[in-house]
Ligand binder design. Structure first.
Ligand code: SAM
Ligand code: SF4
Length: 325
């Protein structure tokens, strides 16, 4: 099993399959994806390369793969990517994080390909506010996609980044929705990245304030398994769904880190906010998953104890579309 010098075990791979995104979320890509920044960025891992990556991680004990991006559903071969991840020996769960743009039309095919879990980002339940945040008038279509996923019994989580000047006033609206909708709604604390410093200063909402609000309203923290990762989860007897809090600025957030990340160009990132990725593309392109596994094992020994977000250090991460959050 992959383990670092701090005893953390990594059974979860977040694999970015494209940097490209069709949305313009104001906290992530406010000017949209800028194409042509570098040729490498437009040359994502192929299906065969993803096969090599997933087999290498699986041989090291990885059990779960999440496909992310940019927007993974923009890959025309996403169904093959899901199948490839699912078929690797040892991989038990394949998940995807999507903006939901193609959810309604594609979710049946994704499930047939082996998708086990779905995360959809919805930063507002008000169509106008949704459009103001993402640049797209697609809320209704995305909600229909979620209904379809629930009909198919796919465990579904919804991600929302709370933003002081945009959707914080909708907090109760989100809770009303969870009362009748059996999803796990994850409030992700806004993270400072290289590109969003001013936006962060005016929009960051402390996760601990949300936690106190929930506890005062009868929500109780659910005890999760030791390997469940950094999200805190809360349940309430009157609600069909649950609330999760992802609070990267909280003390000890990094102590429960159980994930590694790979960029769409085959760079291993030991932390979302690492100074740089470790370029493994040549070994990946060779198709030698055993050699790749050895390189990954050696690299993991160099993983730091914690990110340094609290002191304003955001590493090489200009925005999370580069690596998938
Ligand atoms: N495009 C897909 C989506 O939006 O779900 C996948 C990639 S996106 C980078 C993954 C997650 O990161 C989304 O839930 C998004 O809200 C979140 N995210 C992006 N930038 C963020 C930031 N600066 N702070 C916190 N979460 C962020
Ligand atoms: Fe695209 Fe996701 Fe970033 Fe929004 S959060 S701009 S959907 S990558």
């Amino acid at each position: 099993m992959l383990q670092d010098n701090f005893g953390r075990r990594f059974y979860y791979l977040r694999l970015s399959v494209t940097d490209i995104c069709n949305f313009r979320c104001n906290y992530c890509l406010p000017d949209g994806y800028q194409c042509g920044e570098s040729i490498a960025r437009e040359n994502p891992l192929s299906v065969a390369e993803v096969d090599t990556v997933v087999r290498a991680f699986a041989s090291l004990g990885t059990e779960k793969v999440r496909l992310t991006g940019g927007e993974p559903s923009l890959r025309k071969d996403l169904v093959q990517l899901i199948e490839t991840a699912k078929h690797a020996d040892g991989i038990r769960r394949v998940a995807i994080t999507t903006n939901g743009y193609k959810l309604h039309s594609e979710i049946d095919a994704w499930q047939r390909a082996g998708l086990d879990q779905l995360n959809v980002s919805i930063d507002s339940l008000d169509p106008q506010q949704f459009q103001a945040i993402t640049g797209h008038d697609k809320l209704e279509k995305i909600l229909r996609g979620i209904d379809r996923a629930l009909e198919l019994d796919i465990p579904t989580k919804v991600n929302a980044v709370l933003l002081r000047e945009h959707n914080l006033a909708e907090f109760n609206h989100f809770l009303d929705w969870v009362k009748v909708t059996p999803v796990s709604l994850r409030f992700i604390e806004l993270m400072r990245t290289g590109d969003n410093r001013d936006f962060f200063a005016s929009n960051h909402v402390a996760g601990s304030d949300i936690e106190n609000l929930l506890l005062r309203s009868g929500w109780e923290q659910v005890v999760r398994s030791r390997d469940a990762g950094p999200a805190k989860e809360f349940a309430h007897p009157d609600y069909a769904g649950r609330i999760g809090l992802i609070m990267p600025y909280s003390k000890d957030f990094c102590a429960s880190c159980n994930r590694l990340r790979m960029s769409a160009q085959g760079a291993l990132h030991l932390c979302l906010f690492a100074e740089q990725g470790i370029d493994l593309r040549d070994t990946i392109a060779d198709g030698d998953h055993e050699a790749l596994a050895e390189q990954i094992r050696a690299a993991v020994c160099g993983k730091d104890a914690s990110h340094q977000l609290a002191s304003g250090f955001t590493g090489a991460t200009r925005n999370l579309a580069m690596l998938g959050g």
